[in-house]
Design a protein around this ligand. Sequence first.
Ligand code: SF4
Length: 367
Amino acid sequence: MAKRRATRNYSAGDRASRIASDLLNWYATCQRDLPWRRSRDPYRIWVSEVMLQQTRVETVIPYYTRWFERFPTLQALAEAPEEQVLKAWEGLGYYSRARNLHQAVREVVASYNGEVPDDPALVARLKGVGPYTVGAILSIAYNRSIPAVDGNVMRLLSRLFLIGDDIAQPATRQAMEGLAAQLIPTGQASSFNQALMELGALVCTPTSPKCLLCPLREHCRAFADGAVERLPVKAKSKAPRPVDVVAAVIFHEGRLMIARRPSDGLLGGLWELPGGERPEGMGWEQAAHLLLREGYGLEVEVEAHLTSVKHVFSHLVWDLRAFTAHLAPESTPVESESVRWVRPEDLGRFAFSVAHQKILGQLPGRN
Ligand code: SF4
């Protein structure tokens, strides 16, 4: 027998219109002047929303500005090679966001005449676009009454309506989307959704929310019940798995060997120093020999440990150790699609992950 899905429903009740008007009044005077708020162009909204996932506003602003200097239109982005797109994203992390955005924009240009469709079902089919991004693009750019519920908004709604369900559960997210939809006032989805996000970012913050300055305080059930600090409820995610990674710094006739990661998966399509995961129980230098031989058909002689970098991803922690090495006499440097020998002054043309940039910064003459 098929399992029945648990469904939840939250109700905004008769407070919805007062909540919306208090929130919109606050937003009209307190919103930040952010570059993506100066435009209703769906392409600009889309890029800002993708960049802002998991990334702070202050970090995003310079990337956002440079992005539109390089790719001012959907067409310009669609025509750009992936290498250039990754270079523009270099340092922002979560690189699948950039690759998906690039592919989705190519689809918009190919299938929708270069215009982001004003249709949630079509936008939801684009690569990397989930329910939050659909709601954000279509409500902000086209003023469509579609909720945009991310972690900030779930935190705020949990408190406002005293909801103790785990916000990491898909059923809770769906129910919150239903609740947020009830709150959107007719014809004001664009401002309302942005106002909810802004209040979550500036006032109803994860720690020390500024309840005394909050425009929704008199509607807030968690404030009335003294429950603000214990909401939202969120199951702890697993601790990131530690992984040991070896990188080799190999110069040959003044050129450095770099390798391109496979285009899908972690840091897909980015360049790095050759190496890989250290097999369990194997010494670091021995692992460097093995990884260079098996991965690139090269025999190397390891010289010395250069530097170590710790890098935390959402699900992994890298202990990345770099060793200087040189080619053994029987090895010859060969180039391919995914291996290049590059003069140090040309490294800036390639997109590297932050962890590998730190190693490159330790090379003589680069720090
Ligand atoms: Fe959040 Fe406090 Fe405002 Fe309630 S009163 S919505 S807890 S900031």
